[in-house]
Design a binder for this molecule. Sequence first.
Ligand SMILES: C[S@@+](CC[C@H](N)C(=O)[O-])C[C@H]1O[C@@H](n2cnc3c(N)ncnc32)[C@H](O)[C@@H]1O
Length: 200
Amino acid sequence: MWEDRFNRPDYLFGTEPARALRDHVAWLVPGQRALAVADGEGRNSVFMAEQGLHVTAADNAPSALAKARALADARGVAVDFMQTDLLADWPAEWLGAYDLVVGIFIQFTGPTERAAMFARMAKCLRPGGVLLLHGYRPEQLAYGTGGPRAVEKLYTEAMLRAAFAGWQVAECRAYDRDIQEGTGHAGMSALIDFIARKPG
Ligand SMILES: C[S@@+](CC[C@H](N)C(=O)[O-])C[C@H]1O[C@@H](n2cnc3c(N)ncnc32)[C@H](O)[C@@H]1O
């Protein structure tokens, strides 16, 4: 499905980073290693690289990765793009390797696969590393301005806090905002930001 959606000349979610990532630019520390999970067409990984981070970006849609590489080239930054099925293949070299793991609109799973994916994201962080998630809440179904039309794929504050129990939560904020991110995410949206530090 995603390959079909990305197989078009323009950028479905635009070439600028998610506004939530820009809002949290202070968490992007130059020189740190970051993993961008399900990064799509590269708008977020390229922004992170522009802030001076060493970024690995994974997605399984070839058309998205081709556009991501073109975006990085156009902006003059290097990103290590990898075609990876994140429901199956998490390279062993990622384990404990990252200071920051970012998942922006990665709501393509139901609860069981999400738990497995969150666990793998946690394992990729070094102790004390930071996880940044941004996505839609169930109230988004009424807006219909982007995201999956399946409530079990959406995030609530309680669900995210429970998924990362024991972590130091720096921010868990639900809010509504008009976002304009390509044609894929356009209009008033029910959003949530979650930033937490891995124990250790
Ligand atoms: C809503 S898009 C978000 C893309 C990007 N994070 C952004 O904010 O622009 C969801 C992304 O998940 C990717 N994806 C879906 N299933 C995947 C899987 N099994 N493995 C890797 N990526 C996957 C899609 O290819 C798509 O790029």
